[in-house]
Design a protein around this ligand. Sequence first.
Ligand code: E4P
Length: 220
Amino acid sequence: MKIFLDTASIDSIKKFNDMGVVDGITTNPTLISKEKGHPEDIMREIVKIVKGPVNLEVVGIKTEEMVEEGLRLKRFGDNVVVKVPMTMEGLKAVKKLSEDKIKTNVTLIFSSNQALLAAKAGASYVSPFIGRLDDGGQEGMTVIKEIVQIFNNYDFQTEVLVASVRHPIHVIEAGKIGAHIVTLPPDILGKMLTHPLTDKGLSLFLSDWEKVKKEHKYTI
Ligand code: E4P
């Protein structure tokens, strides 16, 4: 299972990238709006830091605008994936960009039928927003199960990128279903990393080791 970070924060990206668990990045206009600095500088820097796919979102509404913007974003680096909204104009842009061998991620997906259409249009990734579905009283993970099953049934190469993840249990559930990728806000990756018993256990090991050092006049 691949883990992407869902952030435009350079500090968070650097912090977790060095740990070797970050396979890629997803950004969106809201995430970029939270950061200081020129958006283009931020995007270019992320592309430089991370080796894996960096998903940068277009803001045009018309197909032509999205394609033009996608081609421009792609010039930031080979690892750029163009993120396009799930609209008819968006899917037409996906088709055009994929004909040019440019990878696309169809975002704002809320149903398995939308995911199916995005895959058929040539998307490399589909991004179902499970947290926002949960917020509205619909089980987001059910949509993930359906999409994974449909893609497996017909051997689609499109990867399921579970987005709008709200807690670590979402990650476990997505993994059990066999979703290809989860994109995580940095705080959720932080929560996955720690456990109170790890901290307690480590502190006991260290204090016991202090006793060994004292007893044997050992310095390490
Ligand atoms: C994914 O690509 C989106 O950036 C993100 O997961 C949206 O999450 P949110 O619902 O927490 O805004």
